[in-house]
Design a protein around this ligand. Structure first.
Ligand code: ASP
Length: 343
């Protein structure tokens, strides 16, 4: 009898230890950074953005609270944003110089450092799911163009006619950009009037944004994902930072998970997402110090703009941006939720 009581006590002690060891889940999303000014926003538009961010947050967080994997939460949240024409990803993707919608996406697992990406795809309804398939079901990290589409179809991803991605707003934005200067590309997340100018040469009418998500699950695993239509009027075959592991997306359980948005060329040159992780690992900087230094100093010094979202293995969050605004939302380790747009 004594032994049974002892065994029972041991069992309940172990169970409570395991329960205590569970990490508190954290989810952070973004819908792009850019010239997002309250003065250019109608109450209806703002409400629609807030609702969309809220919906994506709920989809991702539901996975985490059920004990699901950070990777699954990232995919679930991003799919909601890809299906919403408000954002420059999936259904709301911007147009290239040739009047096409060419999308990029990537995903990374912080536990295994496995990653998957697709670039320049035109027929995959949810590019983030195709990126996940590349990671899970192939021996590759990145697949592009028709090859990526063929692979996605084989893996059961939903394939649509390219016309699915047509939205009048984005089409009009392309015509405006071309009328101003057909050689310039534009970030697409600004509420500004056509031709509104921001710091960079070649003012950018950047209406809506790339989307991304980072998550920490109850098992202590980190994951990150990013999905985009790129930049309005981008040239033939241009690939931005979003599908480039280390630039637009990175996750490592030892440090953090990062998803970027902004002028992709600069993020590639700075190896942005991996640099945040490296600063934590090698220079022992906090997540916020590392992320803020990269965005507010390094990116600015180079003449680029944009922002990122990040979560570290302890559940700390950082969301720096050097633009007027960034669509972003989070649920932190205390369960506190916030949906933010402006600076
Ligand atoms: N980073 C994306 C790209 O350059 C654009 C964006 O974040 O809106 O393709």
């Amino acid at each position: 009898m004594k032994y049974i009581v002892y065994l029972f006590a041991l069992l309940s002690f172990t169970t409570s230890c395991v329960a205590q060891q569970q990490t508190k889940p954290v989810l952070v999303i973004h819908g792009g950074a850019g010239t997002i000014l309250k003065s250019n926003m109608t109450p209806e538009k703002e409400k629609a953005y807030r609702q969309a961010l809220d919906e994506a947050l709920a989809a991702g967080y539901a996975v985490l609270t059920k004990g699901g994997a950070a990777l699954d939460a990232v995919e679930a949240a991003i799919k909601v944003l890809e299906d919403n024409p408000l954002f420059n990803a999936g259904k709301g993707a911007v147009f290239t110089n040739e009047g096409k919608n060419e999308m990029d996406a990537s995903v990374m697992d912080g536990k295994t450092l496995k990653a998957g990406a697709v670039a320049g795809v035109t027929t995959i309804r949810n590019p983030i799911t195709a990126a996940r398939a590349v990671m899970d079901k192939s021996e590759h990290v990145m697949m592009a163009g028709p090859g990526a589409e063929k692979f996605a179809a084989q893996q059961g991803c939903v394939i649509v006619d390219p016309s699915y991605f047509f939205t009048q707003d984005r089409w009009d934005a392309l015509q405006r950009v071309k009328a101003e200067d057909s050689t310039k590309t534009r970030l697409d997340h600004d509420g500004a009037k056509p031709g509104a100018s921001i710091k960079q040469p070649g003012n950018r009418d950047s209406k809506y944004g790339t989307v991304g998500c980072v998550a920490l699950d109850v098992h202590g695993n980190l994951a990150a994902g990013t999905s985009t239509g790129g930049m309005t009027n981008k040239k033939f075959g241009r690939i931005g930072d979003s599908p480039v592991i280390g630039a637009g997306t990175y996750a490592d359980n030892n440090t953090c998970a990062v998803s970027c948005t902004g002028w992709g060329e600069f993020f590639i040159r700075l190896v942005m997402a991996k640099s945040v992780s490296d600063r934590m690992e090698l220079a022992h900087e906090s997540l916020d110090k590392a992320a803020t230094e990269m965005i507010m100093h390094k990116l600015g010094q180079l003449g680029g703009d944009g922002g990122l979202i990040a979560v570290d293995r302890d559940g700390n969050i950082s969301m720096p941006f050097n633009t007027e605004g960034m669509y972003r939302a989070y649920i932190n380790a205390d369960g506190k939720k916030e949906v933010l747009i402006y600076r």
